[in-house]
Ligand binder design. Structure first.
Ligand code: SAM
Length: 441
């Protein structure tokens, strides 16, 4: 396919996403099925055009003079080519020449809009490329910086790896993956970072021998930091209450050096399923998987014997995922206020359920990949008000788990008395909130 034909295809796919409100990945897969002639290079270039357009939806629509919510797919793609790819009106005009498979030529108005530089006057939610209804919640957290924080979330994400110290070390893993040019992470001593290629695609890491042998896992550096700050001691009794596919579980097992006992639970059996194979591959021998039995809330309590016994309970809570918008740019436009209210309710219930497992002197680590106070500091404050025996560990103490890097991390992150907030703009990671609470009594 020519570059111009790829742009036409991107306009068609964006139209499908907007019209049917379907996830971008599904619409792209369907496009691939209907266009079997397209090679892997074409598909990669197309998905990159589509995801970049979704990342910049509000700002691309704005510079093209489109009313919010009624943007045409063509305007969004043209606006993105200007804003995200740095193409000027002339270069875009050369691509849109109306020839076979190419988009129609630019109208005078489109050419004029692409020649202007009009984002300066735009409101924060447009400059930050997030839904307007989230402006007030984000202003609560970031104040006047919210547009810049949003712009950080509208960028592309790198591929982060966590070196599994149960099987390898950072030097060896970096050598095995030298052909991918990994660089050391800025904060996590276990992180290797691989930059995306020009199309924003990561290399097929899951086919690499280092991955197949369990020497490295794919895990955002922010997620690695959350596990490190939770600071599971070697030999401790730890419960990962929302273990999902086991990303944090595996990081905790390695930090514990396979000593002590790590219980992994999730109330969704299907989400927990991949953990079995991952634990094997990682050589994590101290993990005991506790699968829910029966329908949620009706089966036997498979965690009853852990009550009051845990040194650390990790709650990696279900959340709106606002911190991961770099990786899921279409999710930000599909998010609705009702979903936020639902997550907030679930989080409070899970925190209450988690408290009963923490032994006196033990800790509760609360983690979300959200940026919103409603899911983060508000949730911690409300929990502490309900549970008098718990107190928040000051972030200055929590970062000691990272050694010297902890001081710099604290300075870079957004610090609140209840915890630390990491963001793409501040720490170059996905957005993560980490709060540690200690049970005194
Ligand atoms: C953010 S995800 C966990 C990700 C995982 N810890 C990781 O690092 O890969 C949140 C998980 O919480 C689970 N969850 C939701 N409600 C729960 C509950 N009441 N008890 C336990 N797990 C729950 C969801 O099924 C989901 O897998």
């Amino acid at each position: 396919m020519t570059p111009a034909a790829r742009i036409s295809a991107a306009i068609e796919v964006i139209a499908g996403i907007l019209a049917e409100r379907r996830p971008a990945a599904d619409v792209l897969t369907e496009w691939g099925r209907r266009h079997r002639f397209a090679g892997s290079g074409d598909r990669a270039a197309l998905s990159s055009l589509v995801y970049d357009t979704l990342r910049r939806r509000a700002s691309a629509g704005w510079i093209m003079g489109q009313p919010a919510g009624e943007e045409t797919p063509r305007a969004l793609v043209l606006g993105m080519l200007h804003l995200a790819r740095g193409l000027d009106a002339e270069a875009i005009g050369r691509l849109c020449d109306g020839s076979r498979f190419a988009p129609e030529p630019l109208t005078d108005e489109e050419a004029a809009r692409l020649a202007g530089d009009t984002l300066g006057e735009a409101p924060a939610h447009v400059r930050g490329d997030y839904p307007e209804w989230l402006d007030a919640p984000l202003a609560r957290v970031f104040g006047d910086d919210r547009a810049e924080e949003g712009a950080g979330l509208a960028g592309r994400a790198p591929l982060d790896l966590r070196v599994n110290t149960l099987k390898s070390d950072v030097g060896k893993a970096a050598q095995q993956l030298a052909h991918l040019d990994p660089v050391a992470g800025a904060w996590s001593p276990l992180a290797l970072r691989i930059a995306p290629n020009a199309d924003g695609k990561a290399p097929p890491l899951t086919a690499e021998p280092a991955y197949l042998k369990g020497s490295v896992e794919i895990q955002d550096e922010g997620s690695q930091l959350a596990a490190i700050l939770a600071a599971p001691a070697r030999g401790a009794q730890v419960l990962d209450l929302c273990a999902g596919g086991g990303g944090k579980t595996l990081a905790l097992a390695a930090l514990m050096d396979n000593a002590g006992q790590l219980y992994a639970y999730d109330d969704d059996l299907r989400r927990l399923a991949p953990i079995h194979e991952r634990v094997q591959r990682a050589g994590a021998h101290n993990v005991q998987i506790r699968s829910p039995k029966g329908r949620a809330g009706t089966g036997p309590d498979v965690l009853a014997d852990l009550e009051g016994r845990m040194d650390l309970v990790l709650v990696d809570a279900p959340c709106t995922g606002t911190g991961t918008w770099r990786r899921n740019p279409d999710a930000k436009w599909r998010m609705r206020p009702g979903a936020l209210a639902e997550r907030v309710k679930e989080q409070a219930e899970i925190l209450d359920a988690a408290a009963r497992f923490v032994k006196p002197g033990g800790r509760l680590a609360y983690i979300t990949c959200s940026l919103l106070d409603e899911e983060n500091v508000d949730q911690v404050r409300a929990f502490l008000a309900r549970h008098a025996g718990f107190r928040a560990l000051p972030p200055a103490e929590a970062v000691l788990a990272l050694g010297e890097r902890g001081i710099a991390l604290r300075a870079a992150a957004l610090e609140r008395p209840e915890g630390l907030l990491l963001t793409p703009r501040r720490t170059g990671t996905d957005g993560f909130f980490v709060s540690l609470m200690v049970r005194d009594a």
